[in-house]
Design a protein around this ligand. Structure first.
Ligand code: ATP
Length: 254
């Protein structure tokens, strides 16, 4: 039972923290994952803690890209497994994507805990733990380059929520189209990905599932047009302007 009263002005943010702490206690989340959440929270605060029009545009482009993908894969880390396991599994079913556990801080026990959590949440198969099918991505140091031959290695489109810049770059260099959720519009990942959804993954994930459902009847040309009309760099720049405007407004009130 949560000790956070629903009436608390920061209740939503505290519930998310609680999920991560629980995930840490259950062996899903790394210590560093807790800190990464803190960085995300700071940007969420500056963005107004709501899904913006800009994030919705990115979600639409991401959905179109996922529907056009031939071999989509969703990369799952500890934070995602703690924050939204059911939703990630639902998204994978909606777009027929494979799930692969891929950790920045590789650890067999944690990997197994994440796989167990995804299976408990409805996943039939989770890649990333079979040494027989593991292979290496170029351009990244040894511990983090391991991926599954049948998953990320073979994928054309990879969703990497809450990823670090090096790995995003390695995926781009390997020719993948990369979609990410990242609250920091200044991060290397945000700037390296093809489509960056600047939103809290806990808010945006349901919208992405909905959008995939909504666009699933569209033809290829129409989906391609949505992607063509989306400019990631422009979207990121507008997110920075949004932060600036929010701060200016607050500074006037103060
Ligand atoms: P980069 O290497 O891309 O510059 P980084 O080193 O700042 O990134 P990491 O700590 O590797 O970042 O990854 C965490 C990223 O995920 C951060 O940019 C953070 O803002 C973002 N993040 C954390 N929690 C969430 C969340 N709940 N929803 C969306 N983004 C989040």
């Amino acid at each position: 039972m949560s000790l956070i009263p629903k009436s608390h002005p920061r209740a939503k943010s505290l519930f998310i923290r609680e999920k991560l702490v629980k995930g840490f206690e259950n062996g899903l989340v790394a210590k560093e994952g807790l800190l990464a959440q803190g960085r995300g929270e700071a940007f969420d605060y500056l963005l107004g803690e709501k899904t913006s029009r800009l994030a919705k545009n990115a979600i639409r482009a991401a959905a179109a890209q996922l529907l056009l993908a031939e071999r989509p894969v969703i990369s799952v880390n500890g934070n995602i497994a703690a924050l939204c396991p059911k939703e990630i599994v639902k998204l994978s079913k909606q777009i027929k994507a494979k799930l692969e556990v891929n950790l920045f801080y590789a650890n067999k026990t944690r990997k197994q805990a994440i796989i167990k959590m995804l299976k408990k949440s409805g996943a039939k198969e989770v890649l990333g733990s079979n040494p027989k099918t593991s292979t290496k991505l170029d351009g990244i140091d040894s511990a983090r380059r391991i991926v599954d031959k049948n998953g990320i290695f073979a994928a054309d489109v990879v969703v990497v929520p809450l990823e670090d810049g090096d790995r995003t770059m390695a995926l781009r260099n390997a020719g993948k189209i990369v979609i990410t959720f990242d609250l920091n519009p200044l991060s290397r990942t945000s700037h390296t990905a093809n489509i960056t959804i600047v939103d809290n993954v806990t808010r945006g994930i349901d919208l992405l599932i909905e959008e995939c459902k909504k666009l699933s009847k569209r033809n290829k040309d129409s989906l391609q047009k949505i992607i063509y009309n989306f400019d990631n760099k422009k979207n990121l720049a507008e997110n920075v302007i949004q932060i600036k405007n929010n701060l200016t407004r607050r500074a006037r009130i103060a």
